[in-house]
Write a protein that binds this ligand. Structure first.
Ligand code: TXA
Ligand code: MG
Length: 356
């Protein structure tokens, strides 16, 4: 049975209520400029444990700590390399996460036992909330493990009925932050800040590993959000928090080895428009996720419009993966792998059941 809605528009009152909950060790979902986060006091091990249990998140997948200022940063992270300082100056507050040496003070549960901690200073409502709470906030994306990241309060309420959610409307970027590690500087996860933007400041940035077009590993049963063996809602077979085949030897974020962003039905990613059209001809009941320029080719199909620019595509992608429109399978065309297109392709490849 669904519990009553606990979604609150952002006001000073709801912000204060959320901050008080964080201080009491409770979970709160809140909007950031990227996606909604599921937050807890990062220094309260019990509270952080609640995040892992609620999401069904594997214990070796560390969580980003969100800070409101440099003083809070110094509480959780040790020596900050010069390259990281330059990136902070340019992109904070904003959608960039930096992997830094961890202070012993930070519970190892947050960092999945690593000696590094991922830190980000978000802007707007999220930063106001952290400032009011007065504690650093550990927050993964506010979705059940394996599901698409939430870009609206309704997505969060769907995955976590009854959870206290601050509703700040649809998020600005719609994709998660870019994660960068140092010595040497390298991208661990493509996101809302592009590789090109980073390279302007850090020409030495190691070329990020290009993900091959691979399929997820199959055959293992799903893990339920509560770890009791139930399958996740609305999931196809063999999707879940199981591990993927490793993608080369490149060091990536621990989280990237798990299946992500699984939509509620098969998703097929096409490299070429011609193969998408040919497949759609044979599958009139499919639902096509379409940038605006492609929509005229699919007048006879059900389509979800993703917008025109790569920014719009990025912003609407996760909501499209959660669409409740009818359609036997989701069909989507690859986007050019440059700028934000890298992050979009990364998410599509992870979400895909099949790549053609
Ligand atoms: O935009 C975002 O980053 C959102 C909002 C809520 O801030 N958060 C988010 O968190 O996407 P999550 O947990 O869904 O993804 C965090 C990623 C994971 O791939 C995780 O493995 C990686 O960051 N990560 C966290 N700590 C790390 C560390 N110490 N070293 C390497 N990767 C780390
Ligand atoms: Mg996530």
């Amino acid at each position: 049975m669904r519990r009553a809605s606990n979604v609150h528009p952002v006001t000073l009152r709801s912000l204060r209520a959320a901050a008080a909950r964080l201080r009491r060790g409770e979970l709160v979902a809140f909007p950031t400029e990227t996606v909604y986060g599921l937050g807890a006091n990062a220094l309260d091990e019990k509270a952080v444990g609640r995040i892992f249990r609620a999401k069904g998140r594997p214990a070796d997948n560390p969580i980003i700590i969100h800070v409101s200022d440099r003083t809070m940063l110094r509480k959780v992270a040790g020596r900050v390399p010069a390259a990281a300082k330059a990136l902070m100056k340019a992109f904070w507050p904003g959608p960039l996460t930096l992997v830094l040496p961890k202070k012993p003070f930070v519970p190892s549960l947050v960092t999945g036992g690593l000696d590094t901690v991922a830190v980000r200073m978000p802007e707007g409502v999220a930063r106001d909330l952290i400032r009011l709470a007065g504690v650093p906030v550990a927050a993964p994306s506010a979705n059940l493990s394996g599901r698409p990241s939430p870009t609206t309060a309704a997505h969060v309420a769907h995955d976590f009925p009854g959870l206290f959610v601050l509703d700040g409307g649809p998020t600005a970027h719609g994709l998660e932050s870019t994660v960068v590690a140092f010595d040497p500087p390298r991208i661990l996860r493509h996101g809302a800040v592009t590789e090109e933007d980073l390279r302007v400041l850090l020409p030495s940035l190691t070329k990020a590993p290009v993900r091959r077009l691979t399929r997820p590993a199959r055959g293992k049963p799903d893990v339920s959000p509560k770890g009791n063996g139930r399958r996740l809602m609305n999931r196809g077979p063999s999707r879940g928090t199981q591990k993927r085949e490793p993608v080369g030897a490149a060091a990536v974020s621990p989280g990237t080895k798990y299946v992500h962003y699984a939509p509620s039905r098969p998703l097929i990613l096409f490299r070429r428009k011609s193969s998408l059209l040919a497949h759609a001809e044979a599958h009139p009941d499919a639902l096509v996720l379409c940038p605006a320029w492609l929509a005229p080719f699919f007048a006879a199909w059900r389509v979800v419009r993703l917008g025109d620019s790569i920014e719009e595509i990025a912003r609407s992608l996760f909501a499209a993966l959660r669409t409740r429109r009818k359609g036997t399978e989701l069909l989507v065309l690859a986007v050019p792998r440059r700028g934000l297109g890298r992050a979009v392709m990364d998410r599509l490849e992870r979400a895909a059941t099949r790549i053609v």
